[in-house]
Design a protein around this ligand. Structure first.
Ligand SMILES: [Mn+2]
Length: 325
């Protein structure tokens, strides 16, 4: 895959016009969100631009190793920028408290790979077939003949390897692998990314995972699996919501399971639900029923109130999803 030549040109024109650039991404930022934002910021700075990166949340523990991650702030240092760029973002809403800062910029660019895509922009570089936003940016820079520094390479490699589940998910295209090879050649620190992201579980998280597996529920001939973690469970394990990263994939890793969900109440009355599915089952549709969204095989939504109520609704949604596919 290559990026459309007119898009590359449009990107270069937007950048050439701007001296000051504000970059943003979605709340609860993941490896692709932060990797894309930080890597792009580093590139733009190498071109002499003044760049700021803002996000509703700070980096989760396992992404604190990302080069220049400390620069991410909640608010920009000034009001007006020549250009706003939002990355890995499907809707303005997911900017959280940082949305107003992008609404007021004269020019807005969006680079993303989610379906469906609703974020507005004067320039929209959207490829819903791409494995990661970081992959789109890597191809863009490659097409431009830009020099990718080791720090930038580590950022983009993190985005691609996390969004592909370490090159295991179905979105792992040959492009994703080729671009990753290029990023390694540019000096991406594969060993650091692997250790920080995939071998970094805290003890509290391991305890809570044990509990989630032990209390897992199954239905529809073991093709549905889900687990609920109450606020009391979090207190018992001394865990936070961040500690549940990857749990839902453990449920989906079971031989028979086609659709999996993890519901958790890290804060009393605030329930977050992650959904995962195998080929052919669209959990983004389930998440959308409850005001959430995501990708076909990885999506999420939130509930307020009672955990058992939320569980009931999600399980009904999963049953409908399994029956209709
Ligand atoms: Mn992404």
């Amino acid at each position: 895959m290559t990026i459309d030549a007119t898009l590359v040109q449009a990107f270069q024109q937007e950048i050439a016009r701007a001296k000051t650039i504000l970059i943003g991404t979605h709340l609860n930022p993941d490896g692709d969100a932060l990797g894309s934002a930080l890597g792009l910021a580093l590139y733009l700075e190498s071109q002499g631009k003044a760049v700021e990166v803002i996000c509703h949340h700070t980096a989760p523990r396992n992404l604190k190793f990302l080069p220049t991650v400390d620069r991410v702030s909640l608010t920009p240092s000034r009001e007006d920028f020549d250009l706003g760029i939002i990355v890995d973002l499907d809707s303005f809403e997911r900017l959280g408290s940082t949305a107003p800062y992008f609404e007021k910029q004269d020019r807005l660019m969006v680079i993303d790979h989610h379906v469906p895509h609703e974020a507005p922009g004067d320039l929209r570089i959207i490829d819903t077939g791409s494995a990661a936003t970081a992959l789109i940016i890597t191809l863009l820079l490659q097409e431009m003949g830009a020099e990718i520094s080791p720090e930038m390479a580590t950022c983009f490699y993190t985005g691609i390897s996390t969004d592909t589940g370490s090159f295991r998910f179905r979105n792992t295209t040959s492009d994703a692998l080729k671009a990753s090879a290029l990023l390694l050649e540019c000096g991406a620190n594969l060993e650091q990314v692997s250790e920080e992201i995939f071998q970094n579980r805290q003890l509290s998280s391991a305890r809570l995972l044990g509990h989630a597996l032990e209390t897992m529920k199954l239905d529809m001939d073991d093709r549905l699996a889900w687990s609920c973690l109450s606020n009391r469970d979090f207190e018992w394990a001394h865990a936070t919501d961040e500690d549940t990263e990857g749990f839902v994939n453990e449920l989906l890793s079971i031989e028979t399971v086609q659709i999996a969900a993890l519901l958790r109440e890290a804060k009393p009355g605030k329930i977050r639900c992650s959904l995962r599915s195998r080929r052919g089952f669209d959990v983004a549709a389930v998440a959308r029923e409850f005001g959430g969204g995501g990708h076909m095989n990885a999506a999420g939504c939130n509930f307020e109130g009672d955990l058992a109520d939320a569980e009931h609704q999600v399980v009904e949604g999963m049953r409908r999803c399994l029956a209709s596919s």
